[in-house]
Design a protein around this ligand. Sequence first.
Ligand code: A3P
Length: 285
Amino acid sequence: MTEEELYITYKGVYIPKMLHPPESLKYYEEFTFRPDDTVIVTYPKSGTTWMQETTSMIQSGGDLTTGLATPTFERVPWLEMFNFFSLNMEERPSPRLMATHYHYDMMPASFLEVKPKVIHVVRNPRDVFTSSYHFCDTANFLVKTASTGEYLDKFLNGQVPFGSWFDHVKGWMNVMEQYPSMSISYEEMKTDLKDSVFRLSQFMGTSLSSEAIEKIANHCEFNNMKQNRMSNYSEAPSGILDPSSFHRKGICGDWKNLLTVAQAEHFDDVYKNQMKDVKYKFVWD
Ligand code: A3P
């Protein structure tokens, strides 16, 4: 199926129709944030689910009970997702956890006014591309990829769900200082998950023992999340994606197995041009 059949253009970017019906988008538009909400901000395939699970377990102080009983996407819902308005967010006690793939300039009025806490997760865009390329073939709400080259052009031009990685990351980086916020990369989490859990817990204001940090890092380790029905999308509505392939490889640098030398060079050229005014040095730069 084509982009025209599977996506709508919302605030300038494609979003999959199947996941984001008009009533969900309206609900998000009118949602009232609280100052102590924590919003996880990611471009798709940057490690959103990993961060949702990690923050949820930090919030529970390392008690894994809910992590083994309730799907990640219900504990830490996506604001723009079809199930969001059925999750009783208004009744949930503070502090609430939630996630979004929106660009900063798509965020609703209450977010801009209330300025809740933000955790911004970034990942090497070459690996984001690679993860996304494979994911397209396993999710029926996404357009299947014809070839790597064709999908690369679409990705670099922002003709994919949630638009341009460059615009998304630059837009959020530009405003992070205006929010109580923390930036963390997928790569940092891969390098040292325990240290990442510690830093996240400090940002979230949750004090954790070293045993709790150890337990959370173990629970959120790739293979454990892959096997946990609550974090591997086994509980997602039947048929929308393949739970066995969501946790695909979970590594850094898999783009080297997908892009040709010429495609990688082209990626670098576009990256350099798009990011030329960004002072921040990412771990992959
Ligand atoms: P790969 O396709 O490269 O394996 P998102 O949740 O934003 O859609 O991101 C999905 C990507 O995060 C996938 O990357 C998935 O395997 C990876 N991921 C999910 N949980 C992970 C974990 N615990 N450790 C490392 N990577 C994880």
